[in-house]
Structure formats: C-alpha cells, structure tokens
Design a protein around this ligand. Structure first.
Ligand code: EPU
Length: 428
C-alpha cells in the first residue's frame, strides 16, 4: 500500500491539466452495453475506478480493447447478443457505480442479477430508487440473498417522479427508458453535467431524450433492446471535481494556478465562493486561473451542499480543509449524504478546530495547521487531507492513498509540477 509524504506551507504555482471525469466516465462506460456498434471512448481518466469498470464490462461478456496514453485511456467496448448478466458482490462491493449495469443489462438481455452494494464510508446509500425505476419501467424485481434479480421481457415506458434528486437513479432511468416501448416522463431529475453528458451520449447512440439539464426529461423509447450506437468517438468531459479540488488547493496555499482543460461553468458556485473568500478567479480560453497571491486573509464563507447547480457534496471536505485556515468561523452543511464528515477527525490531527452536530459542521479558522500522520477514509476525504497537508507547517503522512487513486489521476505528479513537495512511498 502506498502513502504520501507532504511537506506543506508552500504556495502552489503553475499549470495543471484536468483529466476526464470519473463520475461521467463510469455510467457512460456502462451505457455502452446498450450499443449495437462498438463504442469508442476517448479521454477516459487513468484511474483505478476506470480500470475496474472496464474489468466489469469484460466479466459481463463485453469485448474491451484499450490503449493507455500518458494522461488518458482510450477504449473500444463491444457487446453482442450473448452476455453474462450477473454482477457479483465482489465487484459491486468494490465500486458502487457498478449498480449502473442494472438498467442496460435488463433492457438488452431481459434479465439481470446485481448484488446490492451495501453501505459505504459516507452513508447507507440505499438503491431503492434504482429498484423503483426498474419496476416503473416494467421489470419484475426480487431481492434474494443480497441480490437484485430483475426480469423484463420488454421495457415499457413509465412516469417517474423522484422524491429527491439522485444522480445514479436518474441515469438508470435514462438508460433504460431510452429503449422502452412508449414515452416516459421523468421528473425531479439530476441536472449534474455528468448526467447531461450521459444523455448526450445516449442521444448520439440514437436515443431520443429531451429536457437534459432541466428538472423533467421526456424520453421517446425506441421500442428495441438496443440503441443503434455512435459512429463517432465518445469523449469524456473534464472532471469538475478534480478542477475544483485544485482550485481550492491554490486558494488555501495562497498560490496561483492555471487550471487547464476545465469547464468553469460546471463549478460556478465554487468559483463564486472562492471569490467571496478573497481569491481572484479569471476564466481563460480552456479553463480558469485561481490567484490567491494577493489574498491577505481568507474570509470565512458558509456552504450548504445541494444537487447541481448547488455546492457539490464531492467538494465539501476540501472546502472544510480550506475554511480550517480562514480568518474566522464558518459553517459547512452536508445535505446529500448522512455521514460525510469522517474527515473531521483526521483534520483535527492537523490542528483544525471543527465542531459538528448532525449535518452541520462549524469550522473555527486557525492561523495555521501542523503536519501529522493521517488516514484517508474515502476519496474526497483524502483530497481534504491533501489540502490540509499542503497548508500545514511540517510534514504530513497520508495513509491509505488508494482511496485517492480511485478519483484523482497522478495527483502526486500533478502537485509536484505545481511546486508541492510530495513523495509517494510504499508502506512497510
Ligand atoms: N439515494 C437513495 N436511494 C437511491 C439512490 C440514492 O436514498 O436509490 C440517496 C443517497 O444515499 C444519497 C442521495 O440519494 O443520500 C444522493 O445520491 P445519488 O444517487 O445522487 O448519488 P450516486 O449516484 O450514488 C453520484 C456520484 C457521487 C456523488 C453523488 C452526489 C458517481 C459514480 N458517484 O453518486 O460521487 O457524491 O452522485 O453528487 O457518479 C465521489 O465521486 O466521491 C462520489 C461519491
């Protein structure tokens, strides 16, 4: 197992290139199950979660060819009329996003058995809405021995109203209703850029999805088992959470970085809050610059996480690390996941002062943090520890960095290029 050694208290400076989005790539890879043609993906990020998703597609019977380039993966995925429609516990437990094979496999092959993922470090994360979607679209569902067993001779259109916004359940509904018999209306849907991009991909493949980016989708099903497929490559959009993490790191270390290959419009609310805290943000032709070199003190700014276009829960932990060195007190309210505050205990070890009650954390800004050994508990928690370590005086060891390798491509290399003192070492 690797760990990172970071000598902090140095401003980040220079350019950083943002990779393809993990959370866009995962469901898009799974959507290729529906395609009659070979799907060619470009700009897939080089992450362990992407390797894992490609492995799942192979386990399910897909033909996968891939080429690893220096900073991305390009892959060709093909499914035929034969597949193995079982996603076992060993796979789904390791990566919850595997649940998104449910709809495509059911639609194409008429039956599927997918393990229930179980809870994870950030909350119980039930999949009841995914099951509701399949039932509304005509599937018979049985929960047995920890598995969702679904059958549908044909996908039939349905009207779905989500009780609250779910990214994954919206995506499941889009993939499945795309081939249904009839017109489906789906309300209170996710408007996240990753969901829109999945919709764009499905439309390129021949689906008829209208209303992407609004609260209601209307899907004219093709009354088929498959989608015709895309003859042009599917390019994965830049990762807005990676871009946001570097933006916060630049501000926290009072540095100046040019974030390239990024779409600032996808993190408008973060950039607004960074400006409120005193950083200067300047959009460029291929991204944006964060300049905190003239920021005397970090102004405390309260945030509340919410579905897009609200403040992303995937940047909450990083923001908390930033506010730990603000000049005053701020609050961080987590409204998406019930248990996404595990990083607080580790930030404490760096000298942060945070009190939390329920889903509200009060962050008492300190003049400085100090390095210590800490443990990463999940992907975004590890990103917050990296920001804490970059700010802290002295050396921080971050253990269990495999969490960060799931979602941040070559983070140690990218940080080194920005002037950080980061070393990756092997435990033991
Ligand atoms: N929920 C249910 N029932 C369901 C589905 C969701 O109660 O059937 C609840 C969840 O427990 C949560 C809320 O609804 O409290 C929202 O969850 P959502 O379904 O939107 O999340 P997701 O699709 O499981 C994706 C990202 C997460 C990101 C969330 C929210 C992927 C692969 N994952 O998860 O990313 O935090 O949306 O934006 O796209 C990460 O990258 O670190 C990460 C956790």
């Amino acid at each position: 197992m690797d760990y990172l050694l970071i000598e902090g208290n140095r401003p980040l400076h220079g350019d950083v290139e943002i990779s393809g989005s993990k959370n866009a790539a995962l469901p898009m890879l799974m959507a290729s199950i529906l395609s009659e043609k070979i799907t060619h993906f470009t700009n897939l990020p080089r992450l362990s979660d992407v390797d894992f998703a490609l492995k799942i597609l192979v386990e399910l019977g897909g033909n996968v060819r891939m080429t690893k380039e220096q900073s991305s993966i390009s892959a060709y995925v093909e499914f035929t009329d034969q597949a193995n429609c079982i996603a076992p516990y060993e796979l789904v437990r390791k990566m919850r996003a595997s649940i998104s094979v449910l709809g495509p496999l059911l639609a194409r092959y008429g039956h599927v058995k997918v393990s229930l993922p179980g809870g994870c470090a950030i909350g119980a994360r039930p999949v009841d809405l995914h099951i509701m979607v399949m039932e509304k679209l005509g599937a018979k569902i049985l929960i047995e021995d920890g598995y969702i067993i679904a059958e549908a001779k044909k996908i039939t259109a349905g009207d779905i109203v989500f009780p609250f916004v779910s990214v994954g359940a919206t995506q499941a509904a889009m993939m499945t209703a795309a081939v249904a018999d009839g017109i489906s209306t789906i309300r209170n849907v996710s408007m996240e850029p990753e969901t829109i991009e999945l919709g764009n991909m499905l439309n390129k493949m021949g689906a008829k999805i209208k209303g992407l980016g609004t609260e209601t989708l209307t899907i004219h099903g093709l009354n088929s088992k498959t989608l015709p497929g895309s003859s042009t490559p599917i390019q994965i959009l830049p990762d807005r959470i990676e871009a946001g993490t570097y933006a916060i790191a630049a501000a926290a270390t009072r540095g100046k970085i040019n974030i390239k290959n990024a779409i600032p419009e996808h993190i408008e609310i973060l950039l607004y809050d960074l400006k409120e805290s005193g950083a200067i943000i300047e959009k460029t032709s291929d991204g944006f610059i964060v300049d905190a070199t003239r920021m005397d003190k970090i102004k405390p700014v309260d945030i509340v996480t919410a579905p897009y276009p609200g403040f992303p829960t995937d940047l909450q932990a990083q923001w908390m690390a930033y506010m730990s060195v603000a000049n005053g007190t701020s609050t961080v309210t987590e409204k998406i996941f019930e248990n996404r505050f595990i990083h607080i205990g580790e930030l404490f070890r760096l000298g942060a002062r945070i009190k939390h009650s329920g889903n509200v954390a009060t962050v008492f800004g300190m003049p400085k943090l100090t390095g210590a050994p800490v443990m990463a508990t999940d992907l975004r928690a590890s990103a917050s520890l990296i920001i804490g370590a970059l700010v802290a005086e002295g050396t921080t060891e971050i253990h269990r960095v495999y969490h960060i390798d799931r979602g941040y491509e070559r983070i140690d290399e990218k940080l080194k290029n920005l002037g950080a003192h980061v070393t990756r070492l092997r435990e033991g």
